[in-house]
Design a binder for this molecule. Structure first.
Ligand SMILES: [Ca+2]
Ligand SMILES: [Ca+2]
Length: 231
């Protein structure tokens, strides 16, 4: 019994160390989707992980015994991971993101990794080399909008990141605040989406998705009223 208690204490201590290192990270294993369904061999990764904060440019799963988390890793010549607000899918940023590669490795292989900010400026570059090696970009502020990862005979697996910054839902004029001046734009978004797009070309209409169901419709009205007039 004492041995069991000591082991539990050791695990708790380890977990404590991980938590102290920063906010919890989300890990994409390319085997299971957030809704619990299994990745299929013919799938292409696009928006399946959007609800946890990342979208991809269509790489496929590759069944491989070398995967860090089998059965799959993701493989394509170029894999782009774009970070989004988990509620609405609006583009967002994170402060920490990285990936492991599969465990079978010879010199020359690896993942050539580039981090970009919202404006498309490169803000980091690392060559991830070594079987199973994990490489991440970390910044004091959330500035990473996307990762471009070039697979050089290696797949990516266990992509890890801190949840992207939530967007300000209800800010339909994109001035950085939710005020009565957003009422008109919100109504326009509901009744005339194309008119809204024309009037606010730099805003994303999905800021009106108050209930996080990935739709902008009448079901968002109550949440909007609560945002403008907090109870
Ligand atoms: Ca506003
Ligand atoms: Ca909605």
């Amino acid at each position: 019994m004492k041995r069991t208690i000591r082991l539990a204490a050791s695990i708790a201590g380890l977990a404590g160390t991980i938590v102290l290192a920063g906010p919890p990270t989300t890990i994409i294993n390319f085997d299971t989707y957030p809704d619990g369904s299994a990745v299929q061999p013919t799938d292409a990764f696009t928006t399946q992980y959007s609800t946890v904060g990342v979208e991809f440019n269509g790489p496929g799963p590759s069944g491989n015994s070398c995967s860090i988390s089998p059965p799959n890793h993701a493989y394509a010549k170029r894999i782009v991971a774009s970070f989004v607000d988990p509620c609405t899918g609006v583009a967002s940023v994170t402060s920490y993101a990285g990936t492991a590669q599969d465990s079978c490795w010879v010199p020359g292989e690896g993942i050539d990794m580039f981090a970009y900010d919202r404006d498309g400026n490169q803000i980091g570059h690392e060559f991830n080399a070594g079987g199973g090696h994990f490489t991440a970009f970390s910044f004091p502020q959330p500035v990473i909008a996307r990762l471009d990862m070039y697979c050089i005979l290696q797949g990516i697996d266990n992509l890890a990141f801190i949840a992207p910054v939530p967007v300000l839902r209800g800010d339909l004029n994109c001035d950085g605040a939710v005020t009565s001046s957003d009422v008109g734009p919100f109504v326009l978004a509901l009744i005339d989406p194309s008119g809204y797009a024309g009037a606010f070309p730099s805003c994303d209409i999905r800021h009106a998705d108050m209930n996080c169901d990935r739709r902008v419709d009448g079901l968002d009205i109550q949440g909007y009223i609560d945002a403008i007039f907090p109870p």
